[in-house]
Ligand binder design. Structure first.
Ligand SMILES: [Fe+2]
Length: 253
């Protein structure tokens, strides 16, 4: 159990905010600029989802934790109403559940949700198998930018079924809501939003100027297209996934 309480604003569960750990900010200054931008964007919590590639390279947890502390220290010193919690965007691999269970890769915040990046040409069977392995190990799979996975993006109806069948949480990027790249992304996002089958909208931001966090704009677009009710539920869902419920108490998903 965490002592943390639900903050104000948006919870962004996919962002490359820490410096020098992946292709996000490359310096402390760049990280600080992104944190400032996050706060200005109305984001109250960021999961610092650094890329992890379990097949090819070990995740440097010590460096990660150092940078996470540095980010929070900066927010405190500046008085930014922003908390940065652990997480990573884990490239799909057989050993992921073991690494999560051993604490060698961080899940999202203090939750049992893990953000998984699938190959763009991953099959539905692969997505299902990975989801099954994660559930067996006690974790809940969150599919990072689901719109990039062709087997989902090209067949939204199948994506909706897969979401139910495999119990996956589908995350879509703010940039895709605002400016889908091509026919399939556009149709996928439109149909998934209409079916209320998008579970999370997150920025996947990499910097204050390069791939910046466009949370406010994206949520305004969702509000306009799908109504206040679904937009609010989407915002709430991100906090709830971390066990942070509406009135500041703890609640499990
Ligand atoms: Fe990402």
């Amino acid at each position: 159990m965490s002592a943390m309480r639900r903050g104000e604003g948006f919870a962004d569960l996919h962002q490359h905010v820490l410096w020098g750990v992946d292709d996000g900010p490359q310096s402390a200054e760049e990280m600080r600029a992104l944190l400032e931008r996050d706060a200005a964007e109305g984001i109250g919590l960021v999961a610092a989802t650094a890329h992890a590639y379990p097949r090819t390279q070990p995740f440097d947890l010590a460096l990660y934790r150092e940078r996470l502390a540095e980010a929070n220290e900066y927010c405190r010193a500046r008085g930014l109403p922003l908390a940065v919690v652990a997480g990573c965007e884990i490239h799909d691999a057989e050993r992921v559940p073991d690494l999560l269970a051993a604490g060698k890769l961080p899940a999202l915040g203090d939750s049992r949700c893990a953000l998984i990046e699938f190959r763009e040409d991953a099959s539905l069977d692969e997505v299902g198998a990975t989801a099954g392995r994660l559930y067996t190990a006690g974790f809940v799979p969150v599919v990072a930018h689901a719109e990039r996975i062709r087997c989902l993006a090209r067949r939204p109806e199948r994506a909706i079924e897969a979401r139910e069948e495999y119990g996956v949480i589908l995350q879509v990027n703010c940039d895709t809501v605002l400016a889908p790249r091509g026919f399939f992304e556009r149709r996928f996002v439109a149909r998934m939003l209409r079916a209320e089958a998008v579970d999370l909208i997150a920025t996947d931001a990499h910097g204050a100027s390069r791939r910046p966090p466009r949370m406010r704009e994206a949520m305004a677009a969702v509000r306009q297209r799908c109504g206040e009710d679904y937009a609010r539920r989407l915002e709430e869902r991100a906090w709830r996934l971390l066990g942070l419920a509406e009135r500041g108490g703890m609640e499990s998903e």
